[in-house]
Design a protein around this ligand. Sequence first.
Ligand SMILES: [Zn+2]
Length: 419
Amino acid sequence: MLILAARYLLPVSQPPIRDGALLIEGARIRAVGPRVSLCRQYPGTAVRDLGEAIILPGLVNVHTHLELSVLRGDVPPGHSFVDWILNLLQRRRGLSWEAYAAAAEEGAAELTRSGTTCVGDVTATGASLAGLRKSGLRAVVYREVIGLDDAGAEQIAETPFAHLAAMREEVQGSSLEVGISPHATYSVSPGLFRVCRDLQQRLGLKAAIHIAESSAEIEYLRSGTGEIRTRLLPATGWGDVPPPVLGATPVQYLHRLGLLDPQCLVIHAVHLTEADLEILAQTRVAVAHCPRSNAYLDVGRTPLKALRDLGVPVGLGTDSLASAESLSLWDEIRFAHRAHGGLLSPAEWIGMATAGGARALGLDHEIGTLEAGKRADLTALALDGPEADPYEFLLHEASAAKVLLTTVDGRPRYEREAS
Ligand SMILES: [Zn+2]
């Protein structure tokens, strides 16, 4: 047992505790409170005092593609969403599994260094699993599925599904969980979506789907026209595939196919109608909000206020290094705060990056707040000096450089070396 103490403890589930502490027993938190009370209650327990620092729940980054860290800063946005995808596909050509795995390992280390303890990662190759295992992070790793040939949906699914089964074997007993990610409405046929949905339901898998990211996607589903039709599909060998459905929004389309449920994470959700918002609320999906990626690709802005007003759970994601400059959620939080013009308070932004992310990944019974019984997934940041409000400090000043310690299941996964 260990008592971890600091100037401030931010449980997130209750107001900050000045001179706070928590008692860690094995992988879990046993008690939270003022340091003096804990020391009195558990006499003789070793105390580690982090001094002028803030202890808070580990950050939860709900959307990354860690293997794409190999393309850090290397994919220009071009003039449109389709331009960016074509640039991405072109740069991916010839990359080896080993290169992806090494990049994922580096990406995972960047996450722990910046105070992140949990991630929702989409992998097309499975390579990120290796990097995540080494890092000791907690993660939901979604195996990506892509294919537009509706007639052969079952066959197309065979390879990723076999891979998914192997990945599930591999993560047994670890802090990782395997899910499924039918990529997007324009890259997965209706038949393949159904096959994915059936597998998801049979195995009780979590799902993540890119939805309503760009106006090109909206146009393609509504009328079968636009750049996805004229440039993206021909470039990927699907030029003669008919559009899946005409006259629907991505949300309506996936709702009809039965893909939207509380196990589903909807990534981006930028272009939403009033009816779409109602569907998202009714089906109790969660949304991964990636403001820097949305700005980099210039696709628009997620209607965050409307989603929150309807009670849709929203977590923050950095997305990959092919569309964001860093994997640090501190950078994402600050960008979001500016982009949404003070829509949320500092405490609400930190709440979204911790408890909100945990809920979006379906892990809020285990992580996201510092409470007795939950996993000891936390991070601690050095304060510059006496602070009036720890939440203000975190929103405006926090960065990877200030992270002192990151633990998952009570085990240090990053620790700043004493200077
Ligand atoms: Zn993505």
